[in-house]
Design a binder for this molecule. Sequence first.
Ligand code: AKG
Ligand code: FE2
Length: 920
Amino acid sequence: MSTSTLRQQQPKSAFRSILPHEPLDFHKYDDNGYIHLQGAFEPRKKSKSVDDNGPSDNPPPTFLWKTSAKLQQALLMTLKDDYQRFQLPFPVQSIEVVDPSPPYTKVRLQYSTPEQAFRIHTVWRILQLSPHDLLFSNLHTPNEGNHDAPSISTHPCQVTMITSKPLPCNDDSTCWSRSNPPKFRRLLHDHNDQEERSLTRFVYVTGLVNVDLAKQQFTDENENNWFQEDHFSMLQALRDVFGRDVEIFLPSKKKVVPSDDHSQSPSFDMQSCHLGFRSPQVAQRVVETLQGQTVHWEHPTASSFPSITSSPLFLDYVTITQKSRAKQRARDSGTNLEKGEPSRPECTSSTNDITVPGLLVIEDYVTGEQENILMAILTGPQAPWAPQQRNKSQTGSVKRKVQHYGYVFDYQTADVLRDRTITSLSSEGNPANCPPLPAVTGAAPAIDEDTLMDSLIQQGKGWDVLAHLIEKTRHYPFPVPGEESATRTTFYPDINQLTVNQYKPGEGIGSHVDTASAFGDGLISICLNSGIVMEFRKVGSGDVGPPIKKLVYLPPRSLVVMSGPARYEWEHQIVTRRTDTHNGVVLPRGLRVSLTLRTALALDGTPLPRVESNLFPPSWEVPEVQAKKNALMTPDTERDHVHAVYDAIATQWHHTRGKRGVLWPEATQFLQALPKGSVVADVGCGDGKYFPAIWEAGSIVIGTDISRPLLVTSYQADFGDKVADTRKVSPHRQDLQTRPAVAVGDCMSVPFRSKSFDAAICIAVMHHLSTRERRIRCIEELVRIVKPGGRINVQAWAMEQEQESRRRFAAKDVFVPFNAQPKYLEKVSAGQSSHAMPSESDAASKSVAELYSEAYENSDYDEQKGLVIFHRYCHLYHAGEMEEIVRQVAGVRIIASGYESGNHFVILEVMDCDVTVSTT
Ligand SMILES: O=C(O)CCC(=O)C(=O)O
Ligand SMILES: [Fe+2]
């Protein structure tokens, strides 16, 4: 077989962001300079207003840049031909739209040198150019003033400087390649640190800002501009004084400002940082020259800003801690230090001369959009994870998570469980039943497969997309590897089993040949979200002589087929590592999800019957799940991914969202239209965001919510100056806000008497209910507590989001991440000892985010950003869906419905049921 059949390539987006602390050593970057622009480049038609008869049948959005070439052309016109009009110092050389299809969100700009790209990206941050600025004049507008004229996002694009060059290689004392900076230790005079002082190239510096002076010089606004974009300007200013090739490690946590001093802003708190110089000699020179000196930091681009004056600087030598050093060494060799796994520093390029007969990689087998929606369903709230993950397999314990469809593969016996009727436990813990394979619905459609897939994606129908992908794979003409002319093809029409594997960075699969009696020839694996290096080893090689190995990079969205020798005579494995090295480039692994499609065999070697269903999501019930059928019992998904999350994030939620007090105009209008003195129930009131609006409308509110910590914030609210107008009440109502009436309660069984309210609102609650029965029940409860003639306003998130909104939902049932800052979590846990907080010994070896994430079940963490990530369950409503739910409830009519700011709403009127009953 020729190596060309193995279509291995450099991964498509080999570009990486230049890290903030990295020295700006332009010679080490590419010859050209690159930046990424991120924004909503896709124009949208202005939406028509929704009338009271319910939402209109809005057609799916049409994309105005039909191809990326069109957008590219339009951008070239502004950034190349007309760049001076935008006050940009250089013309762009070329532009590449990174997304393969609309909606386009990411664009790569090439400038002639890295210096140019750096200047441009600095200027861009000041100019805050948006897609509207760049593209509006290029949009075709047939009639001036036409309401259908397309509009385009006015949000400033995000800019990042990028390079295709890997991070500089490390020696023991260099940390340039670390995306999470090391920890430092001061070198003491009265210690055995004298020798280290002369050897270290790291320095601690403090006194960066003379706060007293700064307070006199700065207005709030220009101070914010100075420190915008996370200290970006400050980083540049420091480089002007300490040199371009200095590493700058800014403090990761901003100190908390004493709350009684509102005049002091947090930015001036940046007093100190760590610096890494080229060599100990440079470090010494800087310490000697700048010790005790006062310096001025000039703003990098806007000379109109005052410069910042430092206090007399204090500099001292530091060194990286032993632990950081060891961690770094481990990371460089691709090892996960904590888990003590073996180091595998091999590189794919070293095996170029070896071929694996029968191995075929097809790149871009799935599109980016398909990948998104598949990720959303397979890692989302409806994903049927199998319990096998806790068991030992023949090749070690299965740490990664798996889902099986069609038939279960039992890792203990390394065999397929053929009798699906065994719902009890077959071999030590594994039920043989599992969800059926998703099947395509109905007859073959008249439209082509791609159009059909696009329309399914638009509708958020991820399980149908999976079904179509499986069906496509059954009929795909795979070129027979090794045939010189690619004329001969083969098919795998009997595929009847899917295994979904989810690998976190650092997880893998041991070396194995898939059991020959369990599965037929042709093992197919589709790779989603993150690429990976798969290692193939010729069976028996290595017993005598060196092992024959081939390392193959599988890019995201690719498909790999193992047939013939590759299937039976070579083992495959994914080594447990956090990075892969491919053609000399270190690629950090992300979360990888693979779809392994196989033909499970009966004992006589023929394919087992296909077990499939077009009822989605694929249902699969183990006995304990069946026992929980009562719709009123909180499903695990809501308990773990709604209730627990809001309890944990209450403080931050109130601080960052509630206080801002952004209310939906439609809901405010509803409240204002109520007769004065109305008694209003706010079901799912959270931190009482709507209370002030209700009081201002002259009504009385009683709130209920299932999250006690959130309710607590509603009456412990700190209504300082920073509270938005929508959250302020006039002085004569101020008394109310310190003592609102609230009760903990479940919206499945609202803790209020029937017919006791004049009105009710239920805002942003229904999208957290995970079954149809529970959504209907919630409406029933609202109708029950409101008097006949009273009104109800219900709002929930819509599947359809506006073009310029950052919010996009890939599927109808999703996990939406909430990034929590540990400082807020601490407050919640202080009063409740249920979350085990870090012990001293843990605290030394783990990041704060990791420690907190361990304390909160079902959370992840982002070490780089220092955030704990919670996953909130959400069900997104289609236009008309809410109305359909309401129609299942007696005694209520819909008087209005519509769409506003990413939400669907309905306004209901409770009917006089007693009258209805008496007349029949
Ligand atoms: O994750 C993959 O791509 C391979 C999985 C695999 O080899 C298996 O499940 O047998
Ligand atoms: Fe396998």
